[in-house]
Design a binder for this molecule. Structure first.
Ligand SMILES: [Zn+2]
Length: 276
């Protein structure tokens, strides 16, 4: 039997059930409805997760890191959503050993694309180019509103780090984007750790831009000049997030390996940033 393009490939509903199950094991975590997308009569609740991790009951001098994690904005990159779930499912075991951090997680930024295994949402729109558009689809407007509610650079409530989980079907190896305004880069350490789990893309040019040892450094000025078609990461950068990472896994290895690698690299990014 042939499967039509619009036939769902995955169930967002069962992903949400799994998410709710994971959050029940994390004291203080919250699942926050931020909006609803409707496509072809199907309703997709849009959700954010908030939680804190790190040592409990022990005094630490530093204020907690504030971190934003986004997954699944491209619906045909399933390892990101799986990685966010696996990371949350591991929190009861590893949460206290993590550095103190307050997190906002968007576990599935494009639910209709996720179900259909399409990069775009069900209306054919690449949500990761819509973050500057005042009339962006609801999936983007809801996330912008949620981020504006928790981050305000003027009030000193910016995120310290944003991480996005992506995949690249055209790449035979892992690579990452590192966009940094201040502080020390951590890309090399992340690539070193990724190399123990995945092949690395060592090309000098990836996606038409210069790369070095699996890292694409975005030039800050060029990024700030970009007037339209903002991706999620650039929106967060413009809102004062000084360190933005985008992980790109190759699909040449199993979903399980890609997801575990994304989750492990996210943990490492928290540790590296906390030690700066
Ligand atoms: Zn992507």
């Amino acid at each position: 039997m042939t499967r039509s393009l619009s036939t769902p490939r995955r169930s967002y509903q069962s992903t949400l059930l799994r998410l709710e199950r994971a959050l029940r094991t994390i004291p203080g975590s919250r699942l926050i409805p931020i909006g609803e997308a409707v496509h072809g009569g199907r309703r997709y609740p849009l959700l954010a997760v908030t939680l804190t991790v790190g040592p409990v009951g022990r005094r630490h001098n530093r204020r907690p890191l504030r971190v934003c994690l986004g997954a699944g904005i491209h619906g045909d990159e399933p390892a990101g959503v799986e990685a966010a779930l696996r990371w949350l499912e591991a929190i009861p075991a590893i949460g206290r050993r993590l550095p103190a951090a307050e997190l906002v997680i968007f576990p599935c930024l494009n639910p209709s694309g996720y179900e259909r295994n399409s990069r775009s949402n069900a209306d054919g729109i690449d949500l990761n180019r819509q973050y500057k558009n005042p009339r962006a689809p609801v999936e983007v407007r809801a996330v912008r509103r949620a981020i504006e509610g928790v981050s305000d650079e003027q009030a000193g409530r910016r995120f310290d780090l944003s991480v996005e989980f992506h995949e690249d079907v055209d790449s035979a190896g892992f690579y990452l984007y590192e966009l940094i305004d201040r502080g020390r880069p951590i890309g090399r350490r992340l690539i070193g750790a990724a190399a123990r789990r995945l092949p690395i893309n060592h090309a000098d040019e990836i996606e038409g831009v210069d790369a070095e040892a699996g890292i694409i450094h975005r030039d800050r000025r060029a990024v700030l000049r970009r007037r339209s078609r903002w991706p999620h990461a650039l929106y967060l950068f413009h809102r004062g997030t000084p360190h933005c990472l985008t992980f790109e896994t190759p699909v040449t290895v199993s979903l399980s390996r890609r997801s575990d690698a994304q989750a492990a690299l996210f943990t490492l990014a928290l540790r590296l940033l906390a030690n700066h």
